[in-house]
Design a binder for this molecule. Structure first.
Ligand code: SAM
Length: 321
């Protein structure tokens, strides 16, 4: 009797979750937002996806990474960091992109690194393995922090690679505790870029380095495009390189380099779209068909904007004054 009751409650809860999810996705503005709507609203719409849900339901997640490893014939209880590199990097350009940042920041054995918006922890584990440094990753999303910690534990790196949950606009770390701060494809989610850069400056030692890659607004990126990205990718603010040229010195950073990655991203993102398409079966099993379809159609829109130059990318390196 008790177990039947529990089953009914579980079924009811599951059904409610499905209804809630369908309702949420059906409310996502697609490409239908009109110019007049966007001029009235430069903010995400009420039913826009929030940042935590976006990453809780991301096609790259702990279960996916472990099931890919298993499918490759690996034992999930005997993994090395290297075993995961194919799947645990949630940015564009994979390990080469992490190396480019690490070289620009001269990360070595004794460098104390903070990874801002560390996701599943792939870049942190890669840096600790290849450069011998200690890395602390911070992410807003508890499921990313838990997933990153579990993977790090499984590959035996927990003594040098750690994670905690926090908003990077309000870091709970002491002043001047790190030599380097890195971040990849995450600042686009942060509306208050001024507060974020102030936090970066605060946790870095004077002379410390900030290196990040980010979406960059091209000349043709309209308010309507921005609104759609805010609603569908939780991309709260997409800035241009000239805005970064003001924002960084205002936060007490001197810019070392700003490299345009738009050309490279054009090709990489077409491949990444194919990769997400190939995850359909797993994404549908975990989050439903609608989540997969919505994700793919939004990603197609993103790849189109990159292809026609409305959106691009850059690698930025700056020194804390
Ligand atoms: C595209 S993922 C990048 C993950 C990682 N950098 C990598 O390259 O694999 C962006 C990450 O930013 C995190 N994030 C977004 N807003 C944040 C905030 N305000 N504070 C901390 N993390 C945030 C998300 O939870 C997500 O894990």
């Amino acid at each position: 009797m008790t177990s039947t009751l529990c089953q009914s409650v579980t079924d009811l809860a599951r059904a409610w979750n499905v209804i809630a999810r369908l309702h949420r996705y059906s409310d996502y503005p697609d490409s239908t937002c009109t110019a007049s709507q966007s001029s009235k609203m430069n903010k995400p719409m009420q039913n826009a996806i929030d940042i935590v849900t976006f990453y809780d339901e991301h096609p790259i997640n702990l279960a996916e990474i472990l099931s890919r490893a298993k499918a490759d014939g690996l034992n999930p209880d005997q993994l090395t960091a290297r075993d995961l590199w194919k799947w645990d990097q949630d940015h564009y350009g994979g390990l080469e992109a992490v190396d480019a940042l690490a070289d620009a920041l001269a990360i070595g054995t004794n460098t104390k690194v903070i990874d801002l918006c560390s996701g599943m922890g792939g870049p942190a584990r890669y840096l600790a393995t290849t450069r011998g440094c200690a890395v602390h990753g911070v992410d807003l999303n508890q499921s990313r922090v838990d997933g990153a910690s579990e993977l790090t534990d499984r590959v035996g790196l927990s003594d040098r690679v750690t994670f905690s949950q926090a908003d990077i606009c309000a870091l709970p770390m002491d002043d001047a505790g790190f030599d380097c701060a890195i971040s990849q494809e995450a600042f686009l989610h942060i509306e208050n870029r001024e507060a974020l850069l102030a936090q970066c400056r605060r946790v870095l030692k004077p002379g410390g380095k900030l290196g990040f890659t980010d979406w960059i607004a091209g000349p043709g990126l309209s308010d309507e495009h921005k609104l759609r990205f805010a609603n569908t990718f939780a991309a709260s603010r997409i800035v241009s390189t000239s805005e970064y040229r003001n924002l960084l010195p205002n936060a007490d950073f001197e810019i070392d380099e700003m490299i345009d990655l738009s050309g490279q991203w054009r090709e990489i993102l077409v491949e990444r779209l194919e990769m997400f398409r190939s995850l359909e079966r797993d994404t549908v099993a975990r989050f439903g068909q609608q989540r997969h379809d919505t994700y793919i159609s939004n990603y197609e829109f993103f790849v189109e904007r990159i292809a026609n130059g409305h959106l691009g990318g850059a690698r930025v390196v700056a020194t804390a004054c």
